[in-house]
Design a protein around this ligand. Sequence first.
Ligand code: FES
Length: 118
Amino acid sequence: MPNITFTHPDYKDKTVYAVAGSHTETILKIARENKLPINFDCQDGECGTCLIKVTHLDKKTPKGGPLTAKEQTVLQQLGKLSSDDIEQMSVDDIPSQWRLACQMIVRDEDLLVEYGVS
Ligand code: FES
């Protein structure tokens, strides 16, 4: 059962426990269910408003949750990923630390999610 700690420079950290069977839910959905003031707009991986920085906290190998082409494009436009980064992620099967909360599906791993980042 994953623990997800949400952190923001202006708010107290909050750790939530994603319930079993929730691994089809996005970080954005979990944040909203827990009343965390995470910014969002399109909810479709196009605007970049829900940018987050993700750190994997457990000792397991981070799961390389694949970024959709849409998410890759937006993260590149925001200057968070380069073409080289994308190629390296695919070769090494490692996830990006920069994600879009509306696109990232929670897996069974403990995460630190920084929101309100730019
Ligand atoms: Fe627009 Fe996530 S809310 S990209």
